[in-house]
Design a protein. Sequence first.
Length: 129
Amino acid sequence: MRAPARDRVGLQQVLMNLMLNGIEAMKDMGAPGKLTISSHQNGDDQLLVSVADMGIGLQPEHVEQIFSPFFTSKSQGTGMGLPICRSIIESQGGRLWATASRGPGATFQFVLPVKVTAHSVIQPAPSRT
């Protein structure tokens, strides 16, 4: 399985949207919030990224609806952010989903295929001397 070329700008857009949604969900909670972003390799061929917030939460009946164009639970929302995020992830061979947390908050996760070879080398950043 060969991983598709990565759209770095698209992935940045996905992460920014998920983080901003989480921050907005925590804004009116009346207590300090916590946004957790994590990633790890899931098996040999997938990268799993999670964005979890301690916000107002997600209604279980809306878990799939939130990815439909024009569906929004925000007073100023367009309902396009999450459908665009899902489209970006799927165009790269991945999958994006949401789960309601027990208690406050929600978790958004996506997986992307990865291919690690024996010849993969991480190049250090150029020095600024």
